[in-house]
Structure formats: C-alpha cells, structure tokens
Write a protein that binds this ligand. Structure first.
Ligand SMILES: *Cc1c(COP(=O)(O)O)cnc(C)c1O
Length: 371
C-alpha cells in the first residue's frame, strides 16, 4: 500500500507527524485551552441573523479586504489595549495560525530563519517548517522565564529573520515583561532588520496589560491575537494582527484572495457585538485559573505563575513521570495535556465543576504517589 513516504513529498516533511492533541471522549476535557462556556444564546441568534444576511450574497466573493471586520477589531484593540489602532493597522485570517503562516511566508522562507524560546507554542516551529523557514530553538531558564542574556546571544549568533515571543507563554503560562520584549526587539534589529512577532493569544486572561503600546515607533513589531480563546470561538477560526500599516500591506502579497469567507466575517462581526458579555466569561475564567493555582499549591504541587487560561503544574519524575500522571488523571475521567515538558503537565481552566473534578483527581494522585 502506498504511504506518505512513497510519495514525492518535500524532504523536510518526511517522517514527520501532523500537529494535534489527542481528541479523546472523556467527561472532562481540559487539554486544549478552549473556553468551556458555549456562546450565550442571544449571540447565537445574532450569528444566525448575520449569517442569513451573508447567505443572500454567497454567489459573490466576500470583501477581500474584510474592511468592516478589521475596523471592528481595531475598535476592540483600541478599547482594551490602551493604544489606538485603525483599520490600516489590523489584518485578519483564519485563526492566528494562518496569520503566523502569512507572516512566515512574507518574512521567512527558504534561506531564512525564525527563533522561538522553548518550551513555547509548538506551531511556531511547525509553521516555520511548512514554509521552509529554518527553525532555531532558543533557551529559557529553569523557571521558564526568558533568559535575556542567553536570548540576546542566540539572536546575535543566528541573526534570525523572525523572532517569536509568546506572552503569556503556552504551555508554561507565564507572561514576558515588556522590558524583555523591548530588549529582544533591539537585539533583533542590531545586525539587520528582523520581524518580532508577539503572540498574545491569551492576553485577555493576563493580570497585566497588552503589549500593543510597544507598536509605537517599532515598525518591525507585530502583535498577534485570536478569537479562539477569550472570545470562546475556537470553532470560528479567526485570528488577527496589529502592526505598522506597511506590515499589513506586506502580508497581502501572500494571502490567498478571498481567504476569509463571508460566513466567517459575518460570524466574527456578530461576536464582536457581544464583546462585553464575552469578557465577563473571561473574568470568571481568570478567577477559576487563580483558584486552580492556589489549590494545586495547597495540595503540594509546584505551579508556574499563570497569566493564561491554563496552569502548568508538576513536578513529576521526568517525561516518564509526567506521562504516567497524565494517564492516571485520565483514568479518573479528566483529560489534561502532556506537552512534552519533562516533569510538567498543563490543565486548562474549565467550569467550576470541571475544575473540581480535576482537583479531586490530582488530590487522589498526590495521596497515591506519596503513600
Ligand atoms: C491557541 C493558540 C493560538 C491560537 O491559534 P488559532 O489558530 O487562532 O486558533 C495561537 N497562539 C498560541 C500561543 C496559542 O496557544
């Protein structure tokens, strides 16, 4: 039978596996940082209405530049980010993964490199591979903060074309201080102009503020965002970026024409009408996240400081220990994530009931392991 390796696939894809968390059918799924709250019913009705209108024009291509949607996204960023951006600063695509892909198609590619500080969001490296951009794994401290001196040195040595900074970081949960981002931006410009992409997928859950104001005077900085987490709309597939207008012009060189369907644009616009309600769920999740941190510590686990809607906890005995713990928690009906960080697991903040089920499971696990 013909397999992938019998096909003339590109060399860099040979022997590789596709990205994906296990999708298991268990009662409590806290493994993909989804928002546990379904969209409120009035918003579901509004989506139906706007999609019905859009359906009347589906014989036509959608607005290629998604102007109305980008205008509303710019308003949202301006209202919440303490920095004014306009439609010319904002670009949107099918999930922030597509935004990142477009950025790497524009600023990376064959003969170029990108760096990330790992452990971090593994899709940055995978999208680099998919766009034939060389990937450099930069260092972190043992406590998962970015080791600034080592990071600056890695940038000076490799002179990457694109630098990824995820804040709050996934899977560790900690935010990166603005001074560190500024220092890395400067390091990245030292020998030649490089793009610095700040992935703020979880910023709405942070105790601190968005780094949007850092865009002032930094034309090579990009802040990427998503409606997958805070807006509770992972199924929608809508990500966006804010940057200098020239960056928005540049990504248009690689975007497919009409990449954002009329249905997607209508749905995202409906969701943005309900921002206030959706951000109330974010406040609940932040409180639950803080509760998880407190209770995990009380049980006796180590926890990484979290500014996201998930918590990294441990420590288990290396990779084997975290995998064993993952399985034992799963045996109790709760699915968490083993991101391959030796000794650590990640749990997404769910509803209070889901979090209670998780805490019961890890409490039992602790008893078992210290018995
Ligand atoms: C979840 C996540 C995203 C979101 O990707 P979408 O394609 O918008 O769903 C982006 N970056 C990080 C770090 C994430 O964890």
């Amino acid at each position: 039978m013909t397999g992938i390796d019998d096909l003339p696939v590109r060399d860099e894809l040979r022997g590789k596996s596709p990205y994906g968390a296990p999708q298991l059918d268990v009662p409590v799924r806290l493994n993909t940082n989804e928002n546990p709250y379904p969209l409120p019913e009035p918003l579901v009705e509004r989506i139906a209405e706007r999609v019905r209108e859009a359906a009347r024009n589906l014989n036509r291509y959608p607005d290629r530049d998604a102007v109305e949607l980008r205008t509303e996204l710019a308003k949202y960023l301006t209202d919440t980010g303490m920095y004014a951006v306009g439609v010319e600063n904002v670009w949107a695509a099918n999930g922030s993964n597509e935004v990142i892909q477009q950025l790497l198609q524009t600023f990376g590619g064959p003969g170029r490199t990108a760096i990330g500080f790992e452990p971090s969001y593994s899709m940055h490296g995978l999208i680099a591979r998919g766009t034939s951009t060389g990937w450099i794994s930069g260092p972190r401290n043992d406590d998962f903060t970015i080791d600034l001196a080592a990071a600056e040195q890695a940038i000076a040595e490799h002179r990457p074309d694109v630098v990824f900074i995820t804040t709050p970081n996934n899977p560790t949960g900690n935010a990166v201080p603005p001074e560190t981002v500024i220092a890395l931006y400067e390091a990245a410009q030292a020998s030649k102009p490089s793009m610095v992409v700040v992935d703020e997928a979880y910023i709405e859950f942070s105790h601190g503020d968005s780094l949007l104001p850092l865009l002032e005077g930094r034309p090579n900085l990009v802040v990427s965002r998503t409606m997958s987490k805070a807006f509770g709309a992972a199924g929608l597939r809508l990500g966006y970026l804010a940057a200098h207008p020239a960056v928005v012009d540049a990504v248009q060189l690689v975007r497919l024409p009409y990449h954002l369907s009329a249905v997607t644009q209508a749905t995202a616009l409906a969701a943005l009408e309900h921002t206030e309600t959706l951000l109330k769920y974010v406040e609940r999740l932040k409180a639950e996240r803080d509760r998880l941190v407190g209770e995990l510590r009380a049980i006796g686990y180590e926890v990484t400081e979290s500014d996201a809607n998930f918590v990294q906890f441990g420590r288990f005995d290396g990779s084997a220990g975290s995998h064993e713990a993952w399985q034992k928690i799963l045996d109790r009906g709760v699915l968490v994530r083993d991101n391959g960080v030796p000794g650590w697991l990640r749990v997404s903040a769910g509803t209070p009931e889901e979090n209670d089920a998780f805490l019961d499971a890890v409490r039992e696990l602790k008893k078992e392991q210290s018995a």
